[in-house]
Design a protein. Sequence first.
Length: 339
Amino acid sequence: MSGGGHGGHGKRRGDHHEEHEEHENHERWLVSYADMMTLLMVLFIVMFAVSQVDMKKFAALKVGLAAGFGAPVAMLHGADQLLDPGGAVAPDSVNLSGDAKGDTRTANENPQVSPEKVTELVNALAKASAAKEAGKLAEAKAELKQALVRAGMANGASFRFDERGLVVTIATDQVLFDSGSAVLRPEGKRILDALTPTLAKLPNKISVDGHTNSIPIHTDRYPSNWELSTDRATGVLRYLARAVSADRMSAAGFADTRPRRKGTDSTALTVNRRVEIVVLASVDNTAGKAVAAAAEATDGTDTTGDPAPDTTGEATASTAADASTDPSGSSASSHGSSE
């Protein structure tokens, strides 16, 4: 009996330790629902944050730039903002100021859009960029001048700014070349040797321009001033290319089409016969004049008038033509003395 009792007690204990089947949780969907609601909340928070961009200023800038470049102003409905300040869906018609009020007035009719202010903003940005570039060109000018001083040729070149950038002008006859020739003289090589290290480290592109005066040349090698000016420019470029990257440089000949001074007097003939090394400003050409104005303001010089040539310690040429042809077909030229 006792054994049976013990057996019964043992059975009951075994039944007590048996694993019971878990009841199904009918609220598990709440977890997925909560996750989905959390993601939706984050999505709407992000959309709300994006909608807070100041579209008024963006639209005003867009209208001003379009008007400044002469392009018609055209806007797609609903393109300026996804949500209005209240968070509602933007209407089909959006005005130019970026307000979601269904107002479709033009920029000139909308009092909230001021083309003058937009133009002022654009001009201010252009001036800031020009001023920064002008400062770099002014530093380059100072380094080039110091290099010439160290080489003992302080008057070997003159400097000015124009809409292209920094212009380094070197007289040709008796300095860079003999009259009617495109072969570099030793004096010219010394000047270029002094300028080359600074030019080589500048990031700007460089244009080498050849110019002659108005007196024509006619030889077998140079039928006109076009060939002479171009050959001189490429000769200087080839010399600079020993240290300056060739893909940064270009050469051009302008003959007598771009004189520094009008007339045929001795000063004009001397000044116009030149080679110019132009350190091009790293800005869009439309801002070139702003660079020139800012650079001149920084440098404290004036380019409204052509400066008188400085011949102190500098070799100058006579007022004769680059070369002329005598009846026998040989070229003849006259030269001035070095001062």
